[in-house]
Ligand binder design. Structure first.
Ligand code: MN
Length: 357
């Protein structure tokens, strides 16, 4: 049985030799407490006992209802004053916090007139804990993926000459919401024609024309967890050159997925896909890394990048998304979500990939 999330997070206290952990960002707080905050919230994880959640009065009832195994406190003073007092009360002088998510404003306030307080960065520790998913988290991601896949069916049904990228995005997001995906994981990318050469082009008012490729990169969220999938569609048939790019990307993706298993370096997965594109002469157009972990955030650890020093482990859920982008011509990206298992991997997304003519 996997340890509960709170206990896995608590191990960081001993490992980093601190008195407690402090989180003020919404995603780490949701990850640990299951409370979906809005702003001005803090979570202190002590050595023993329940984590303490600090919320403004207007969030109290919701925090009580949503949060699991936490002590909910309302603060009526200023936010930073409340945290300062709470740390004093639990005798936390050495505080572990994720530097990548903490404001300098808060650190300055906590340090003011308090020569005893020390801070230790636990960014890497919390990212590593979050990278390996529990059974419940994997189920939530699977559901988010199922809802996301409905979006592709809607996109294919609605695709016609002249429809605007934004209209397609609206239809997809309507389907997410009516199928239990309360939020989008990120702004939908519907990039047609020349726009498809921009990896992060968000949907625009551009009408979609015959002979264009359309990159559809979408993600629904379910119970706080993200799906993240991309399909490249075509309206009518596309040029031989675009087809050549499409099948090179598809092969790169399949080859990477075939090789993803526990124990391999994340950077190796990236280079496997890059090498396939090299054979086709497209590697210089693959201008991002192969993939990333997904979870509460759409971009989490590990990074499947040439610069990554991480090793893939069972329980990680990563995207595998090679792409080729040629300015003026167009782009192709194909993205699936893969669970690393004890023996290899399982592709969590099942939607067909070969969708061009
Ligand atoms: Mn992605």
């Amino acid at each position: 049985m996997a340890k509960p999330i709170v206990e896995r997070v608590r191990e960081i206290i001993e490992k980093r030799n601190v008195d407690c952990l402090l989180f003020t960002d919404l995603s780490n707080i949701f990850y640990i407490s299951r409370f979906k905050g809005f702003e001005g919230i803090a979570l202190i994880v002590p050595k023993d006992g329940a984590p303490k959640l600090y919320v403004p009065k207007l969030e109290y009832e919701r925090a009580l209802e949503e949060s699991k195994n936490t002590e909910v406190h309302v603060y009526e003073e200023r936010f930073e004053k409340t945290i300062k007092e709470a740390l004093e009360e639990c005798k936390c002088n050495k505080v572990g916090l994720p530097y990548y998510k903490v404001s300098f404003w808060l650190i300055s306030a906590l340090s003011k007139n308090n020569g005893n307080i020390k801070f230790v960065d636990i960014s890497k520790d919390i990212m590593n804990v979050r990278s390996v998913k529990t059974f419940e988290e994997i189920n939530a991601i699977k559901k988010a993926i199922k809802i996301t896949e409905i979006g592709f069916a809607v996109a294919l049904e609605s695709l016609r000459e002249g429809i605007r990228e934004l209209e397609l995005a609206a239809k997809i997001e309507y389907a997410f919401k009516t199928n239990g995906g309360l939020e989008v994981a990120f702004p939908s990318i519907i990039a047609s024609g020349a726009n498809s050469a921009l990896p992060h082009a968000i949907a625009s008012t551009k009408p979609i024309r015959k002979g264009e490729l359309i990159v559809v990169d979408i993600g629904a969220k379910y119970e706080g967890y993200c799906g993240d999938l991309t399909r490249t569609l075509s309206l009518g048939s596309v040029s031989e050159k675009l087809k050549d790019i499409f099948y090179a990307v598809l092969e790169a993706q399949k080859e990477a997925i075939r090789n993803i298993r526990p124990g391999i370096k994340a950077s190796e997965a990236d280079s496997i896909a890059r090498n396939v594109l090299k054979e086709y002469g497209y590697e210089k157009y693959f201008i991002h890394s192969l993939g990333h972990g997904i979870g509460v955030d759409v971009h989490e650890f590990p990074r499947l990048s040439s610069k990554s020093d991480e090793i893939l482990k069972p329980g990680m859920v990563v995207t595998v998304e090679p792409g080729v982008y040629i300015k003026g011509l167009g782009g192709v990206r194909i993205e699936d979500d893969v669970l690393i298992t004890e023996s290899g991997n399982t592709i969590l997304s099942t939607y067909p990939r070969d969708l061009i003519v």
